[in-house]
Design a protein around this ligand. Structure first.
Ligand SMILES: *Cc1c(COP(=O)(O)O)cnc(C)c1O
Length: 388
Protein backbone atom coordinates (compact mmCIF):
# COMPACT_ATOMS: atom_id res chain seq x y z
CA UNK A 1 0.00 0.00 0.00
CA UNK A 2 1.36 3.40 -0.87
CA UNK A 3 2.57 4.98 2.31
CA UNK A 4 0.70 8.11 3.36
CA UNK A 5 2.66 10.96 4.88
CA UNK A 6 2.38 11.03 8.63
CA UNK A 7 1.47 7.40 9.18
CA UNK A 8 2.76 6.15 12.51
CA UNK A 9 5.03 3.15 12.97
CA UNK A 10 2.30 0.63 13.80
CA UNK A 11 0.11 1.73 10.87
CA UNK A 12 3.04 1.35 8.50
CA UNK A 13 3.91 -2.06 9.99
CA UNK A 14 0.40 -3.30 9.20
CA UNK A 15 -0.23 -1.66 5.83
CA UNK A 16 2.91 -0.75 3.90
CA UNK A 17 3.60 -3.44 1.30
CA UNK A 18 0.30 -5.19 2.11
CA UNK A 19 -2.32 -3.60 -0.08
CA UNK A 20 -5.36 -5.75 -0.89
CA UNK A 21 -4.67 -8.04 -3.85
CA UNK A 22 -5.87 -6.15 -6.97
CA UNK A 23 -7.33 -9.30 -8.53
CA UNK A 24 -9.24 -10.82 -5.62
CA UNK A 25 -9.35 -8.18 -2.90
CA UNK A 26 -7.59 -10.55 -0.48
CA UNK A 27 -6.38 -8.39 2.41
CA UNK A 28 -3.37 -10.61 2.97
CA UNK A 29 -0.87 -10.51 0.10
CA UNK A 30 -0.60 -13.81 -1.78
CA UNK A 31 2.60 -15.86 -1.67
CA UNK A 32 4.04 -15.64 -5.17
CA UNK A 33 5.78 -18.93 -5.80
CA UNK A 34 6.39 -18.46 -9.54
CA UNK A 35 10.07 -18.52 -10.42
CA UNK A 36 9.61 -16.81 -13.79
CA UNK A 37 7.29 -14.25 -15.38
CA UNK A 38 5.75 -14.08 -18.84
CA UNK A 39 7.10 -11.31 -21.06
CA UNK A 40 4.93 -9.55 -23.65
CA UNK A 41 7.96 -9.21 -25.92
CA UNK A 42 11.68 -9.63 -25.34
CA UNK A 43 12.51 -7.51 -22.31
CA UNK A 44 8.89 -6.34 -21.94
CA UNK A 45 7.90 -7.42 -18.43
CA UNK A 46 5.92 -5.94 -15.54
CA UNK A 47 8.84 -5.49 -13.19
CA UNK A 48 9.52 -9.16 -12.51
CA UNK A 49 11.62 -11.50 -14.65
CA UNK A 50 13.07 -14.20 -12.44
CA UNK A 51 12.45 -14.67 -8.73
CA UNK A 52 16.06 -14.55 -7.55
CA UNK A 53 16.31 -11.05 -9.02
CA UNK A 54 12.96 -9.86 -7.66
CA UNK A 55 9.74 -11.42 -6.42
CA UNK A 56 6.42 -9.74 -5.52
CA UNK A 57 6.24 -11.26 -2.02
CA UNK A 58 9.84 -10.27 -1.33
CA UNK A 59 9.19 -6.80 -2.68
CA UNK A 60 6.19 -6.44 -0.34
CA UNK A 61 8.43 -7.32 2.60
CA UNK A 62 11.22 -5.01 1.45
CA UNK A 63 8.79 -2.12 1.03
CA UNK A 64 7.55 -2.57 4.59
CA UNK A 65 11.06 -2.99 6.03
CA UNK A 66 12.33 0.16 4.31
CA UNK A 67 9.40 2.11 5.69
CA UNK A 68 9.96 0.88 9.26
CA UNK A 69 13.67 1.81 9.27
CA UNK A 70 12.97 5.13 7.55
CA UNK A 71 15.15 3.94 4.65
CA UNK A 72 14.85 4.55 0.93
CA UNK A 73 15.78 0.91 0.21
CA UNK A 74 15.60 -2.49 1.88
CA UNK A 75 16.95 -5.83 0.71
CA UNK A 76 15.79 -9.17 2.11
CA UNK A 77 18.05 -12.19 2.50
CA UNK A 78 17.83 -15.86 3.43
CA UNK A 79 19.29 -15.25 6.91
CA UNK A 80 20.97 -12.55 8.96
CA UNK A 81 24.32 -13.99 7.97
CA UNK A 82 23.30 -14.10 4.30
CA UNK A 83 22.59 -10.36 4.66
CA UNK A 84 25.96 -9.87 6.37
CA UNK A 85 27.85 -11.86 3.72
CA UNK A 86 26.23 -9.93 0.91
CA UNK A 87 26.90 -6.52 2.49
CA UNK A 88 30.53 -7.42 3.09
CA UNK A 89 31.00 -8.79 -0.44
CA UNK A 90 29.46 -5.64 -1.82
CA UNK A 91 31.65 -3.24 0.19
CA UNK A 92 35.04 -4.94 0.56
CA UNK A 93 37.98 -5.88 -1.63
CA UNK A 94 41.22 -7.72 -0.76
CA UNK A 95 43.36 -5.55 1.50
CA UNK A 96 40.40 -3.72 3.04
CA UNK A 97 39.93 -3.43 6.78
CA UNK A 98 36.86 -3.59 9.04
CA UNK A 99 36.49 -2.29 12.59
CA UNK A 100 34.17 -4.55 14.53
CA UNK A 101 32.64 -4.28 17.99
CA UNK A 102 34.31 -6.75 20.36
CA UNK A 103 31.07 -8.31 21.62
CA UNK A 104 29.13 -8.54 18.37
CA UNK A 105 27.15 -11.61 17.40
CA UNK A 106 29.55 -14.58 17.30
CA UNK A 107 28.60 -15.48 13.73
CA UNK A 108 29.55 -11.99 12.52
CA UNK A 109 32.98 -12.36 14.12
CA UNK A 110 33.36 -15.84 12.57
CA UNK A 111 32.31 -14.62 9.11
CA UNK A 112 34.91 -11.85 9.12
CA UNK A 113 37.79 -13.68 10.77
CA UNK A 114 37.33 -17.18 9.31
CA UNK A 115 35.73 -16.58 5.92
CA UNK A 116 36.53 -13.07 4.67
CA UNK A 117 40.03 -13.22 6.18
CA UNK A 118 40.75 -15.86 3.54
CA UNK A 119 40.00 -13.26 0.85
CA UNK A 120 42.43 -10.73 2.33
CA UNK A 121 40.01 -8.74 4.50
CA UNK A 122 41.44 -7.67 7.86
CA UNK A 123 39.39 -7.10 11.01
CA UNK A 124 40.11 -5.29 14.27
CA UNK A 125 37.82 -5.89 17.27
CA UNK A 126 37.41 -2.92 19.60
CA UNK A 127 35.25 -1.89 22.52
CA UNK A 128 32.81 0.31 20.65
CA UNK A 129 31.58 1.92 23.88
CA UNK A 130 34.63 4.13 23.36
CA UNK A 131 34.47 6.42 20.33
CA UNK A 132 38.20 7.05 20.83
CA UNK A 133 38.89 3.30 20.55
CA UNK A 134 36.99 3.19 17.27
CA UNK A 135 38.86 6.26 15.98
CA UNK A 136 42.23 4.77 16.97
CA UNK A 137 41.47 1.55 15.05
CA UNK A 138 40.73 3.32 11.74
CA UNK A 139 43.35 2.80 9.02
CA UNK A 140 43.78 4.06 5.47
CA UNK A 141 42.18 0.88 4.16
CA UNK A 142 39.29 0.82 6.68
CA UNK A 143 36.07 0.67 4.70
CA UNK A 144 33.53 -0.14 7.38
CA UNK A 145 32.77 0.17 11.09
CA UNK A 146 30.38 -2.58 12.17
CA UNK A 147 28.42 -1.80 15.31
CA UNK A 148 25.91 -3.68 17.37
CA UNK A 149 23.96 -1.73 19.95
CA UNK A 150 22.77 -2.92 22.39
CA UNK A 151 25.36 -5.68 22.13
CA UNK A 152 24.92 -9.37 22.51
CA UNK A 153 25.05 -10.66 25.22
CA UNK A 154 26.22 -7.85 27.51
CA UNK A 155 23.72 -5.18 26.42
CA UNK A 156 26.41 -2.53 26.02
CA UNK A 157 25.68 0.50 23.92
CA UNK A 158 27.66 2.49 21.47
CA UNK A 159 26.92 6.05 20.52
CA UNK A 160 25.84 5.67 16.90
CA UNK A 161 25.86 9.40 16.11
CA UNK A 162 29.32 9.95 17.60
CA UNK A 163 30.86 6.90 15.89
CA UNK A 164 29.24 7.84 12.58
CA UNK A 165 30.62 11.39 12.77
CA UNK A 166 34.12 10.07 13.51
CA UNK A 167 34.01 7.42 10.78
CA UNK A 168 32.57 9.78 8.19
CA UNK A 169 35.40 12.28 8.74
CA UNK A 170 37.70 9.51 7.46
CA UNK A 171 35.33 8.48 4.65
CA UNK A 172 34.44 5.21 6.40
CA UNK A 173 30.94 3.71 6.25
CA UNK A 174 29.04 2.69 9.37
CA UNK A 175 26.72 -0.30 9.63
CA UNK A 176 24.51 -0.97 12.66
CA UNK A 177 23.21 -4.46 13.35
CA UNK A 178 19.83 -3.38 14.73
CA UNK A 179 18.56 -6.90 15.48
CA UNK A 180 18.28 -6.38 19.26
CA UNK A 181 16.55 -3.01 19.20
CA UNK A 182 14.43 -3.36 16.04
CA UNK A 183 13.26 -0.22 14.23
CA UNK A 184 10.50 0.06 16.83
CA UNK A 185 13.10 1.11 19.42
CA UNK A 186 15.99 2.56 17.43
CA UNK A 187 16.49 4.07 13.94
CA UNK A 188 20.23 4.05 13.21
CA UNK A 189 19.91 5.77 9.82
CA UNK A 190 18.41 8.82 11.51
CA UNK A 191 21.48 8.88 13.79
CA UNK A 192 23.93 8.91 10.89
CA UNK A 193 24.54 5.21 10.12
CA UNK A 194 24.87 4.34 6.43
CA UNK A 195 23.47 0.82 6.65
CA UNK A 196 21.20 -1.11 9.00
CA UNK A 197 21.25 -4.89 9.18
CA UNK A 198 18.80 -7.33 10.77
CA UNK A 199 18.52 -10.95 11.55
CA UNK A 200 14.79 -11.16 10.75
CA UNK A 201 14.93 -14.56 12.47
CA UNK A 202 14.61 -12.68 15.75
CA UNK A 203 12.14 -9.87 16.55
CA UNK A 204 11.03 -9.05 13.00
CA UNK A 205 9.75 -12.58 12.35
CA UNK A 206 9.06 -12.90 16.04
CA UNK A 207 7.68 -16.45 16.23
CA UNK A 208 10.75 -18.73 15.99
CA UNK A 209 9.47 -20.13 12.71
CA UNK A 210 11.48 -18.38 9.99
CA UNK A 211 15.14 -17.64 9.32
CA UNK A 212 15.72 -14.38 7.46
CA UNK A 213 17.78 -11.23 7.17
CA UNK A 214 17.64 -7.71 5.77
CA UNK A 215 19.75 -4.67 4.99
CA UNK A 216 18.45 -1.12 4.69
CA UNK A 217 20.08 2.05 3.40
CA UNK A 218 19.12 5.45 2.02
CA UNK A 219 22.40 5.90 0.13
CA UNK A 220 21.75 5.39 -3.61
CA UNK A 221 25.27 4.12 -4.31
CA UNK A 222 25.17 1.57 -1.51
CA UNK A 223 21.69 0.51 -2.61
CA UNK A 224 22.85 -0.05 -6.17
CA UNK A 225 25.72 -2.23 -4.93
CA UNK A 226 23.38 -4.18 -2.67
CA UNK A 227 20.81 -4.74 -5.40
CA UNK A 228 23.52 -6.04 -7.72
CA UNK A 229 24.98 -8.34 -5.06
CA UNK A 230 21.60 -9.57 -3.80
CA UNK A 231 21.06 -10.99 -7.29
CA UNK A 232 24.68 -11.86 -8.11
CA UNK A 233 25.39 -13.68 -4.83
CA UNK A 234 21.88 -15.16 -4.68
CA UNK A 235 21.41 -15.55 -0.91
CA UNK A 236 17.72 -14.64 -1.22
CA UNK A 237 14.78 -15.74 0.97
CA UNK A 238 11.95 -17.92 -0.31
CA UNK A 239 8.55 -16.27 -0.96
CA UNK A 240 7.05 -18.19 1.96
CA UNK A 241 9.79 -16.98 4.30
CA UNK A 242 9.20 -13.41 3.12
CA UNK A 243 5.50 -13.83 3.81
CA UNK A 244 6.15 -15.11 7.33
CA UNK A 245 8.40 -12.15 8.16
CA UNK A 246 5.82 -9.75 6.69
CA UNK A 247 3.16 -11.35 8.89
CA UNK A 248 5.45 -11.02 11.91
CA UNK A 249 6.02 -7.32 11.23
CA UNK A 250 2.32 -6.56 11.61
CA UNK A 251 2.54 -7.26 15.36
CA UNK A 252 6.06 -5.95 15.92
CA UNK A 253 4.86 -2.93 17.92
CA UNK A 254 2.59 -5.02 20.13
CA UNK A 255 5.26 -7.60 20.80
CA UNK A 256 7.98 -5.05 21.46
CA UNK A 257 5.81 -3.16 23.94
CA UNK A 258 5.02 -6.35 25.89
CA UNK A 259 8.56 -7.76 25.69
CA UNK A 260 10.16 -4.48 26.72
CA UNK A 261 7.80 -4.05 29.67
CA UNK A 262 8.41 -7.67 30.71
CA UNK A 263 12.19 -7.34 30.43
CA UNK A 264 12.16 -4.21 32.60
CA UNK A 265 10.29 -6.11 35.33
CA UNK A 266 12.54 -9.16 35.04
CA UNK A 267 15.64 -6.93 35.25
CA UNK A 268 14.26 -5.21 38.36
CA UNK A 269 13.51 -8.58 39.98
CA UNK A 270 17.00 -9.93 39.22
CA UNK A 271 18.65 -6.76 40.55
CA UNK A 272 17.05 -7.38 43.94
CA UNK A 273 17.86 -11.09 44.07
CA UNK A 274 20.72 -11.98 46.46
CA UNK A 275 22.07 -14.81 44.23
CA UNK A 276 22.49 -12.49 41.24
CA UNK A 277 25.87 -10.75 41.04
CA UNK A 278 25.11 -8.33 38.21
CA UNK A 279 22.30 -7.51 35.80
CA UNK A 280 22.89 -6.08 32.34
CA UNK A 281 19.89 -4.12 31.08
CA UNK A 282 20.05 -0.64 29.51
CA UNK A 283 16.82 0.37 31.24
CA UNK A 284 18.34 0.11 34.71
CA UNK A 285 19.50 3.43 36.13
CA UNK A 286 22.61 1.50 37.25
CA UNK A 287 23.54 0.63 33.64
CA UNK A 288 26.72 2.62 32.86
CA UNK A 289 25.20 3.90 29.61
CA UNK A 290 21.65 4.40 30.77
CA UNK A 291 21.72 8.07 29.66
CA UNK A 292 22.87 7.14 26.18
CA UNK A 293 20.13 4.49 26.03
CA UNK A 294 17.54 7.13 26.92
CA UNK A 295 18.88 9.43 24.23
CA UNK A 296 19.38 6.90 21.46
CA UNK A 297 16.56 4.40 22.01
CA UNK A 298 12.82 4.80 22.38
CA UNK A 299 12.72 2.08 25.06
CA UNK A 300 15.19 -0.49 26.33
CA UNK A 301 14.28 -3.77 24.65
CA UNK A 302 13.44 -7.34 25.58
CA UNK A 303 16.93 -8.76 26.27
CA UNK A 304 18.42 -9.09 29.76
CA UNK A 305 21.60 -10.83 30.84
CA UNK A 306 22.80 -11.55 34.35
CA UNK A 307 25.67 -13.11 36.28
CA UNK A 308 25.34 -15.89 38.81
CA UNK A 309 29.03 -16.33 39.67
CA UNK A 310 30.18 -19.50 37.93
CA UNK A 311 29.35 -21.95 35.18
CA UNK A 312 28.10 -24.68 37.51
CA UNK A 313 25.50 -22.34 39.01
CA UNK A 314 24.52 -20.99 35.59
CA UNK A 315 23.97 -24.53 34.28
CA UNK A 316 21.86 -25.36 37.36
CA UNK A 317 19.67 -22.27 36.88
CA UNK A 318 19.21 -23.06 33.19
CA UNK A 319 18.33 -26.69 33.94
CA UNK A 320 15.70 -25.65 36.52
CA UNK A 321 13.80 -23.16 34.34
CA UNK A 322 10.35 -24.34 33.19
CA UNK A 323 8.69 -21.37 31.47
CA UNK A 324 11.90 -20.12 29.85
CA UNK A 325 13.09 -22.61 27.21
CA UNK A 326 16.81 -23.36 27.10
CA UNK A 327 17.64 -22.49 23.49
CA UNK A 328 19.72 -20.25 21.26
CA UNK A 329 18.10 -17.41 19.34
CA UNK A 330 15.94 -14.63 20.73
CA UNK A 331 13.23 -12.12 20.03
CA UNK A 332 10.24 -14.41 19.66
CA UNK A 333 6.98 -14.69 21.59
CA UNK A 334 8.29 -17.46 23.84
CA UNK A 335 10.87 -16.63 26.50
CA UNK A 336 14.29 -18.20 26.01
CA UNK A 337 17.34 -18.58 28.23
CA UNK A 338 20.84 -19.54 27.18
CA UNK A 339 24.48 -19.74 28.20
CA UNK A 340 26.44 -17.43 25.83
CA UNK A 341 29.93 -18.80 26.58
CA UNK A 342 28.91 -22.37 25.67
CA UNK A 343 26.16 -21.67 23.15
CA UNK A 344 25.75 -18.51 21.07
CA UNK A 345 29.30 -17.22 21.64
CA UNK A 346 31.17 -20.53 21.53
CA UNK A 347 32.66 -19.50 18.15
CA UNK A 348 34.34 -16.46 19.77
CA UNK A 349 37.85 -17.35 21.05
CA UNK A 350 38.01 -17.81 24.83
CA UNK A 351 40.63 -15.01 25.18
CA UNK A 352 38.32 -12.50 23.51
CA UNK A 353 35.34 -13.72 25.56
CA UNK A 354 37.40 -13.15 28.72
CA UNK A 355 38.46 -9.66 27.67
CA UNK A 356 34.87 -8.73 26.90
CA UNK A 357 33.44 -10.34 30.02
CA UNK A 358 31.38 -13.22 28.61
CA UNK A 359 32.16 -15.61 31.45
CA UNK A 360 30.82 -18.98 32.59
CA UNK A 361 28.41 -17.38 35.06
CA UNK A 362 26.59 -15.31 32.46
CA UNK A 363 23.00 -16.16 31.45
CA UNK A 364 21.14 -14.39 28.65
CA UNK A 365 17.36 -14.07 28.61
CA UNK A 366 15.07 -13.19 25.75
CA UNK A 367 11.83 -12.14 27.38
CA UNK A 368 8.73 -13.23 25.46
CA UNK A 369 5.09 -12.22 25.74
CA UNK A 370 4.00 -14.58 28.54
CA UNK A 371 2.60 -13.20 31.80
CA UNK A 372 5.56 -11.57 33.49
CA UNK A 373 4.50 -12.96 36.90
CA UNK A 374 5.08 -16.47 35.52
CA UNK A 375 8.49 -15.51 34.16
CA UNK A 376 9.59 -14.00 37.45
CA UNK A 377 8.27 -16.96 39.48
CA UNK A 378 10.19 -19.29 37.15
CA UNK A 379 13.46 -17.39 37.64
CA UNK A 380 12.89 -17.15 41.39
CA UNK A 381 12.40 -20.89 41.69
CA UNK A 382 15.34 -21.75 39.39
CA UNK A 383 17.69 -19.47 41.35
CA UNK A 384 16.56 -21.20 44.58
CA UNK A 385 17.07 -24.68 43.13
CA UNK A 386 20.54 -23.69 41.89
CA UNK A 387 21.46 -22.37 45.33
CA UNK A 388 20.70 -25.90 46.59
C1 LIG B 1 21.04 -14.09 15.03
C2 LIG B 1 21.83 -12.87 14.79
C3 LIG B 1 22.53 -12.69 13.58
C4 LIG B 1 22.58 -13.75 12.50
O1 LIG B 1 21.34 -13.96 11.95
P1 LIG B 1 20.81 -15.37 11.35
O2 LIG B 1 19.45 -15.07 10.93
O3 LIG B 1 20.93 -16.37 12.45
O4 LIG B 1 21.75 -15.71 10.22
C5 LIG B 1 23.20 -11.48 13.40
N1 LIG B 1 23.21 -10.53 14.37
C6 LIG B 1 22.56 -10.69 15.53
C7 LIG B 1 22.61 -9.60 16.54
C8 LIG B 1 21.86 -11.85 15.79
O5 LIG B 1 21.24 -12.00 16.96
Amino acid sequence: MAERPGWGFSTRAVHVGSEPDPQTGAVVPPIHLATTYAQAGVGLHRGFEYSRSDNPTRRALETCLASLEGAAHAFAFASGLAASSTVLLSLLRAGDHVVLGDDVYGGTYRLLTRVLAGFGVETTSVDTRSVAAVAAALRDRTRLVWLETPTNPLLRLCDIAAVAATAHRRGVRVLVDNTFATPYLQRPLSLGADLVLHSATKYLGGHSDVVGGAVMTSDPGLAEGLRFHQNAVGAVPSPFDCWLVLRGLKTLSLRMRQQTAGAAQVAAFLTDHPAVRAVHYPGLASHPQHDLARRQMIDFGGMVSFEVGDERTAFAVLAALRVFTLAESLGAVESLAEHPARMTHASVPAELRDVVGVGGGLIRLSVGVEDVEDLIADLDRALDVAAG
